[in-house]
Design a binder for this molecule. Sequence first.
Ligand code: FAD
Length: 357
Amino acid sequence: MSAVAELGTAPAAAPARAARRRAEQAGALDRPTVSFELFPPRNPDAAPRLWSTVRELETVEPDFVSVTYGASGHTRQTTRALVRRLLRETSLNPIAHLTCVGTSRDEITTIVEEFLDEGVRSFLALRGDPPAGEPDWRPHPDGVHTAAELVELLRDIEQRRCGRSPAQAVRARVRPLSVAVAAFPRGNHATGGTRAQDVQALLAKQEAGADFAISQVFFDAEAYLGLVAEARDAGVTIPIVPGIIPTTDPARLLRVQELTGVPVPQHLLDLLGAADDAAERHRRGTQAGVDLVNRVLDGGAPGVHVYTFNKHEAALDLLDGADLVGGRRCAVTPPDLTAPDGTPADATTTTPRGNLS
Ligand code: FAD
């Protein structure tokens, strides 16, 4: 089996895409969501490049962009500045990541109030990782202990604001607070948590008021689809958006492995390593990513969240390869494509989205 095939080339992907295009032409358009993760520029020199990336990403009209929040809240101000600028100067809908690390409940409340005052209505509530050099995660003595508790706190803060001001209560109805959370396809390698534990944590996040989840990176569709199936069995009903990393840069992949503990399959590294030049490596990596995106969408994923690392080329090539740019792809089961003579137009093509999302 070739490396590309091992990475999950779905034999039915091409006809399935054709069926989706026909469905779209027939008017049954419900395109998968497209979104991106950005991080605040690490220094002033990095800002111009980030902004040129932002402008490129804006051209494909993503549903949202999420902005990371560094370990120990080191980027609290830079996250806030980037989110504010995205709100004011672009057409993008930013989601601010928020963590519990090293922060008391009062401090979190202040941070959230500041975001809300600036018009931010979407958060990704996370526990966060321990600060660099600290092996174990320890909650702040007056802080929250889990992402689920952070979701609860966000909901409480919003409720108190609405209680204080009827105007705010109206605004909250017009632009409801949206809270996303993290999910881990093969368990959280960073915390040593199993998938079963993470599914229980996801259920707790949902019960606390989470609206949807975004997954950690993964390299095989079965990891994501298995998580969704297990989560549904456990009673998780919120959508789980797969987090996809463009697989074009081996050094980047190994760095992600180091940071997240999610192992990069050797066959993917071999596939990229066997390329003659950078262009061929990019093509191979993009194709591997497209295959993965096709597999998860065909399995029912509501859309894709692309980890950009503040670069647009690989992210946009990935979306383009998967026919997701410009809203060309249709996520719903196509309408009856039976030809007038009764022959199914493409009987083998469509994997129904089912109840996975
Ligand atoms: P939690 O849900 O609190 O889980 C932490 C641990 O406790 C897990 O092992 C979990 O299994 C266990 N647990 C919690 N509740 C339960 C329960 N009820 N039952 C059983 N077990 C439970 N980190 C940053 O610092 N900044 C970022 O911007 C950032 N962005 C991220 C974006 C995404 C999409 C993802 C997937 C991760 C991101 N992270 C970020 C990393 C994340 O903060 C860490 O992986 C962290 O270790 C776990 O976060 P959590 O929100 O899932 O925490």
